[in-house]
Design a protein around this ligand. Sequence first.
Ligand SMILES: [Zn+2]
Length: 204
Amino acid sequence: MLHRFLTLAFLITAHLVSAQQSKTEEYLLQQEQIRKTALLRELDSGVFYMDEGRYTTADQKFKYVLENIKSVPSDLVFYFGKNSFQLGQYKQSIDWLNKYIQLKGTNGQYSQEAVMWLKKAEAEFVKEKKTESQKAEELLSVNYEIDCGPSGLVMCPVCKGEHVIIKPGAFKNEYKTCPYCNEHGVLTCEEYNKLVRGELKPKF
Ligand SMILES: [Zn+2]
């Protein structure tokens, strides 16, 4: 009898604890959602200022989102690259625009625009190198966790999705299986973020 009572008491307690836990989780999830919504609003207002030609204000908004968001949305990768060009931060611009193109290939919403700004930024960067002017500190994308979008997959930038690396030789080319991606030439988002930081270990 006592044993049964204790079992019952235990079950009720366990149930209450787990209900409490899921409430806490739900609350935390809600808070996270609210935070994210607020950050995306900041991002939108950054885009608004950029379109108005107020690039410094846009830059502040974008940087605030970059510093506070868990995983950087690909839209922001593009906007930050474009806005950096407007501010004369050409190296930074090249870095982020390249990242967008790497993430989205030629089919992204902003791919064409990204390629256009990238060309401009590269041209300006070459000119600038010749004059060797002093620059403000650059913010590079490698220091941020990038969100690869709903598929969570990225074409492997090492082998360009071929899963084969071709080393041109004097007599014949050497073919090597890419040690980073899977047989489809694809990386998971986690692998991609590690790769660009030089932290992804080759599989063989
Ligand atoms: Zn590869």
